[in-house]
Write a protein that binds this ligand. Structure first.
Ligand SMILES: Cc1ncc(COP(=O)(O)O)c(C=O)c1O
Length: 372
C-alpha cells in the first residue's frame, strides 16, 4: 500500500520549527510565569497587527472567544442570536449556554456561509412573532472563507444588531482590504491544534477595535475582575490562554504567512486536478485560509470508500446540521427547514489539506477520485 497522506500535518511543521519552539518553551520554563506571562501580551500585539485590528484578547479556546463577547453584550434569555446550522456546535452552543435562543439562517449553497437574504427573512420572522428580541448575528467564516460581510454588515446595522465574526477557521483569510478577525463588532478565533494557526492544546482569541469592549473582555476572561485583582465587578470565567501556548503560537504566527501560501498552492492543485467532484469556489475579492478543502459529490460514500482503500483520509464536516442536533431539539426545528445546509451535509467531504502536501500527493488523491 502506498504511504499514508496526512489529513492535517502537525509533525512536518514541528520538524521545521522545532528549535524556535523549544527555545520559546524553555524561556517560559525559565521565567516561570505560566499564567499571564509576557508571551501572552506579545502574542496579542502581534495578532492585532496581523489581523489589522486595534485589540486582541487571547483566551482559552475558540468557544470561550465566542462566549466572552456574548457575555460582554449581556446576551440573555429572550434574546435571538442568528447563526447558521452548518457549522461546528460551538457557534450555537455559546448562545444556548447563556439562555438565549439560536435562530438559524440557511447558507449560500456555493460558499457554505450565511445567506444574507435568508438573514433578512429570519430577522423579519422573529420581529413578526414578537417572542424574542433580535440582538446579535454570528456569521461563520466556514472552512477559511470569510462570510459575505459586504452584505451582512448593512443588514445588521439596519436592525441594530451586533455582529460577532466566528473566524475560528479563518485566521489569515481576507475579503477586500480586510482580514478575518476585523469584521463586525468583535471576532473570535480558535488555536485548536488542527486549525490553520494552531497551538499545542486549546486556545483562542477575541478581536475588536473597541477599547471599552476590550476592557470588558479582559475582565470576563479573568473572573470578572475589576481594577483590583480581588474585586469582581461582573460574573466572568477562567478563560485565560496559558503562557506556554502563547509561546508556541508566537513561533507559528511567524511561519503562518508562508503556510497560508502553501495552503493556497495545494488548493490550486486540487482545483486543477479534481474532475469528478464539485470543488470549492472562492469568489472574486476573497483570499481563503483553507482550514478545510471541502468538495461535494452525490456519490460521497463511494468516493470516501475509494480514498480509504488508497490509504487517504477524508472527513465529513458536518454530517448533521445543528438544527437537527438532539442538543437543540428544544428549539423545534425539523428536517427540511434549511435545504441548502441539509444538502451540503449529505454531499460534502473534506480532503487532506496541509501546507506541506506535494503536487504528487495531490495528484494521487485526484487520481483516486477521478477513477470512474
Ligand atoms: C466554526 C467554529 N467555531 C468555534 C469553534 C470552537 O473552537 P475551540 O475548539 O477552540 O473551542 C470551532 C473549532 O473547533 C469552529 O470550527
Amino acid at each position: 500500500m502506498s504511504q499514508a497522506i496526512p489529513f492535517v500535518d502537525l509533525r512536518t511543521q514541528y520538524q521545521q520549527l522545532e528549535p524556535q519552539i523549544r527555545e520559546r518553551i524553555n524561556a517560559v520554563l525559565d521565567h516561570g510565569r505560566y499564567i499571564n506571562g509576557p508571551e501572552v501580551d506579545t502574542l496579542e500585539a502581534q495578532l492585532a497587527e496581523f489581523a489589522g485590528v486595534d485589540h486582541v484578547v487571547a483566551c482559552s479556546s475558540g468557544t470561550d472567544a465566542l462566549l466572552i463577547p456574548l457575555m460582554a453584550w449581556d446576551i440573555k434569555p429572550g434574546d435571538a442570536v442568528f447563526t447558521t446550522p452548518f457549522t461546528f456546535i460551538a457557534t450555537a452552543e455559546v448562545i444556548a449556554l447563556l439562555g438565549a435562543t439560536p435562530v438559524f439562517v440557511d447558507i449560500d449553497p456555493v460558499t457554505f456561509n450565511m445567506d444574507p437574504a435568508a438573514l433578512e427573512q429570519a430577522i423579519a420572522k422573529v420581529q413578526a412573532e414578537g417572542r424574542l428580541t433580535p440582538k446579535a448575528v454570528i456569521p461563520v467564516d466556514l472552512f477559511g472563507l470569510c462570510a459575505d460581510y459586504t452584505r451582512l454588515e448593512p443588514i445588521a446595522a439596519k436592525h441594530d444588531l451586533v455582529i460577532l465574526e466566528d473566524a475560528a477557521q479563518a485566521l489569515g483569510a481576507r475579503l477586500g482590504d480586510r482580514g478575518a478577525g476585523a469584521f463586525g463588532h468583535a471576532a473570535a478565533t480558535s488555536f485548536y491544534p488542527a486549525k490553520p494557526l494552531g497551538g499545542y492544546g486549546d486556545g483562542g482569541a477575541v478581536f475588536t477595535n473597541d477599547a471599552a469592549l476590550k476592557k470588558i473582555f479582559k475582565s470576563i476572561r479573568e473572573h470578572g475582575m475589576g481594577d483590583h485583582r480581588y474585586t469582581n465587578v461582573r460574573v466572568g470565567i477562567n478563560g485565560r490562554l496559558d503562557s506556554l501556548q502563547a509561546a508556541v503560537l508566537l513561533v507559528k504566527l511567524a511561519a503562518f504567512p508562508a503556510e497560508l501560501e502553501g495552503r493556497n498552492r495545494v488548493a490550486a492543485w486540487y482545483a486543477d486536478k479534481l474532475k469528478t467532484v464539485k470543488t470549492p469556489v472562492v469568489p472574486d475579492g476573497y483570499y481563503c485560509s483553507w482550514a478545510q478543502y471541502s468538495v461535494l459529490s452525490d456519490d460521497r460514500d463511494a468516493m470516501m470508500a475509494k480514498l480509504k482503500a488508497a490509504n487517504i483520509p477524508s472527513v465529513i464536516y458536518y454530517p448533521l446540521c445543528l438544527h437537527l442536533q438532539p442538543a437543540f431539539a428544544q428549539y423545534g426545528y425539523s428536517e427540511g427547514d434549511f435545504p441548502n445546509s441539509e444538502a451540503a451535509s449529505r454531499t460534502i467531504f473534506s480532503l487532506p489539506m496541509t501546507p506541506f502536501l506535494t503536487e504528487e500527493q495531490v495528484s494521487r488523491v485526484a487520481e483516486v477520485l477521478n477513477q470512474g
